[in-house]
Design a protein around this ligand. Sequence first.
Ligand code: HEM
Length: 397
Amino acid sequence: MTTEVDLPAFPMTRTCPYHPPQGYAGLREQGAFAKVRLLGDREAWVVTDHAVARALLVDPRLSSDRLRPDFPVLVPRMSAAKLIPLVGMDPPVHTQRRRMLIPAFTVRRTESLRPDIEQVVAARLDAVVRQGPPADLVPGFALPVPSTVICRLLGVPYADHDFFEAQTQRMVLGSSSAGEAAAASVALTDYVDALIGDKQVDPGEGLLDELIVSHLAAGEITRRELAETIMFLLVAGHETTANMITMSVIALLDNSAQLARLRADWRLLPGAVDELLRFLSVADEIQRVVAEPIEIAGQTLQPGDAVYLPASAANRDPAVFPDPDALDVTRRARQHLGFGYGIHQCLGQNLARVEVEVSLRALFERLPTLALAEPLSALAVKPGGSVQGVYRLPVTW
Ligand code: HEM
């Protein structure tokens, strides 16, 4: 049993971009729960067991409310208690906001966007091919595809992408200071707020325009609340998906037998995307605070306890996923926690699935000789406590 003094520091950083931090293995050895030490010497629970993580993620005695003074701080950028729409809210406000957005993210609605997404992906690949190898597929492909798609869905001008992509990095990277992250969040919310003003005078097409008519005009949400909600969708809608496309390409190129199976039968693609979501767990740091005592798996969680449920820990639980460290595109991995679970389960998951499917198929069909232009070890990994990924994807073909 670990003693109070030598609790491991958390978050832990990955060394390989697509495997969980090595320290997670030691945490798993301690059972479903392990204790770690956070910034400022605070202790926290880390859950490594898939079944326990699922049970906790549907338990209303855990809170997501980032405005609570006892909400844990993982990295300095999270130290200013601030409102985080949807993912940082509890019912009943969370329920009301989420309900407002659900129709735009159903399977049917997102499938109807597939031809449009195929067109965006093809245009990006044309540009990559025109420019010729070597190329960095982050700015050339993995980032602009989801940025363009979420802009069209929301009705935000893609011409402003340099601005919102840069602000997003300042908000989400584990290396940002509290002041920098807070300033970026305000700048982005102000940007969407100004856009709402413009659209009230000169309406366009997109979810923001629909919400202005259906909810803002009806007085169901204030202008600032709407700006905050759309700001969050803009950020969540491109950053994680860009990391997912980047890391999927890396993982498949580095596991060439799996890529060969996929290329031989593209019907495997939807299942392979779930397996990649499990294997990569790009949105790793799922966090909560205990609001009321909970007894579970032989442990008592007390009010105010910080709880981390890293997706990559549950997704590598050998009791649920045999040989969990192997990428297997034929595995049935649908029960992974790559999109979370419970009331906060990713709202954009249908959209993300279509984007990743279309991107991977088009990329590997168009560039059959695609290869990494640098060894994996040359790619700097984003720091722990941020969305998981790398900054560059240098390739040749
Ligand atoms: C592969 C890409 C993506 C991954 C891996 C991912 C992962 C996640 C995870 C793990 C959560 C739950 C966090 C928690 O419970 O604390 C979440 C929530 C959320 N995601 Fe995603 N996401 C992705 C793409 C998207 C896209 C494209 C959108 C579109 C707007 C989106 C919007 C959201 C929203 C709004 C929430 C909060 C839902 C709520 O609290 O009710 N995500 N995502």
